[in-house]
Ligand binder design. Structure first.
Ligand SMILES: Cc1ncc(COP(=O)(O)O)c(C=O)c1O
Length: 419
């Protein structure tokens, strides 16, 4: 949104933008507390309005009444693929290229290990320091297991990734959107660079899926993982997902070769034989309560125009950055996210030396973002329910916090375990 010529950004302009927003009606699909401005859907999406009834019917009509027969009668056994097929259009992938399972951490481990163990594989796992820490930790654990065969983790600073795509690298992994700054990697360009060096790259799309459209097939992406509880609205601890390009699925063996990934689990054979396709990436029994919640969360995307999702995500971020520049600069607040929307995910981070207490004071005013070390105030924009006026009001509340120095109250300095 641009300011009127010569003028400041006005609240009425934001309200007008909401009135003409093609996604405005999707907000009705969510149960959001009255009066709360929720800018933390990049951490945990809210429940959909259908969630309560769906969980109740799962308890009453499936688990409660049909008990174990539900695995067949209610299709529980096929939920991982069913969810994959729902996630696939958001990724620009085929329905048989995605499956829901486990956590992002475990899914990344499975893909990295499968790629590192391929015959003749080189030894280095390449990662960038801006990757989400769990990705780095899982890679560290993996190379620890394989150290004797020469495996090694190499973590390079941002900007050095392409230069590090050398002949010793077996597999690389990148988080597309930097969880701190919101900076977005160019998926297509970096995938091509890695493939040019014959290096498979596993993308972490946790802050991408559901925030803006992806085109994994068209961009030549071969491997990816992502999160179910952020923009996909699957609820706390929702299963993650894996994507493997169709032509590569049969060539990979999961190291966590549990019975749910077996070709025929109910034959109870003594030896493991992987299932065809994406099911081979399952390990143990899926958490059906979480899977059902994720399925319900994904329904919020039914009928969504993904181009409109992208446009709104960019416009909300631009609005926050524009307003922050106008109204918060005098309080020492600086932008930590790229100004060019094409270089950002659906998130804007602002820096303030007292970031933690400032965010706590803002939350006390009913505007929910989060804090990331060392000084980042983070705001996520889920385009299906965040309104332009929310962004305007959030900046106004933040200004009030700073004008009145509310963050100096001692209660806002107590650190919670989750920030
Ligand atoms: C980019 C990214 N990857 C992974 C995770 C967490 O993964 P897991 O589902 O294993 O907790 C997060 C959590 O915020 C994340 O932002």
């Amino acid at each position: 949104m641009s300011a009127p010529p010569g003028g400041r950004l006005r609240r009425e302009d934001a309200l007008e933008r909401d009135r003409t927003d093609p996604l405005a009606s999707f907000r009705d699909r969510f149960e959001l507390p009255e009066g709360l401005i929720y800018l933390d859907g990049n951490s945990l999406g809210p429940p959909s309005v259908g969630m309560r009834a769906r969980i109740e019917s799962l308890l009453a009509d499936e688990w409660g009444r049909d008990l174990v027969a539900s695995w067949n009668r209610h299709g529980w056994f096929r939920l991982p693929e069913r969810l994959g097929a729902r996630i696939a259009p958001l990724l620009g992938a085929g329905e048989d290229e995605v499956i829901a399972a486990d956590s992002v951490s475990l899914n990344l481990f499975k893909l990295l290990a499968a790629l590192l163990r391929r015959p003749g594989s080189r030894g280095v796992v390449l990662a960038e320091a801006t990757n989400f820490p769990t990705d780095l930790y899982m890679a560290e654990g993996l190379v620890g297991l394989l150290r004797e065969s020469g495996a090694e983790l190499r973590i390079v600073p941002p900007g050095d990734f392409e230069a590090a795509l050398g002949p010793e690298v077996a597999v690389a992994t990148l988080t597309q959107v930097d969880f701190r700054t919101g900076r977005k990697h160019d998926l297509r360009r970096l995938t091509a660079a890695a493939r040019g060096a014959e290096i498979p790259i596993v993308w972490d799309l946790s802050h991408s899926a559901g925030a803006f459209p992806l085109h994994l097939n068209d961009d030549g992406v071969e491997f990816a993982v992502g999160c179910g509880y952020k923009y996909l609205n699957g609820g706390p601890g929702a299963p993650g997902f894996l994507y493997v390009a169709r032509h590569l699925q049969q060539s990979l063996d999961s190291p966590l070769s549990g019975w749910m990934g077996h070709r025929s689990p109910f034959e109870f054979e003594t030896r493991y034989r992987p299932a065809d396709g994406m099911r081979r990436f399952l390990s143990g029994t899926p958490g059906i309560l979480s899977m059902v919640a994720l399925e319900e969360g994904l329904r919020t995307f039914e009928g969504v125009d993904l181009a409109a999702l992208q446009a709104k995500s960019e416009a909300l971020g631009d609005l926050l950055l524009g307003l922050a520049g106008e109204r918060l600069g005098e309080f020492g607040v600086e932008a930590a996210s790229p100004r060019d929307a094409r270089e950002r995910g659906s998130q804007v981070s602002l820096r303030h030396p007292d970031g933690y207490p400032v965010m706590q004071a803002l939350i006390a005013r009913g505007v929910v973002g989060d804090f990331r070390e060392p000084d980042l105030l983070r705001f996520g924009f889920a385009p299906l329910y965040v309104r332009y006026a929310d962004v305007w009001d959030a900046v106004e509340s933040l200004r009030e916090v700073l004008v009145r120095e509310e963050h100096r109250e001692p209660r806002f300095r107590d650190r919670n375990p989750v920030t």
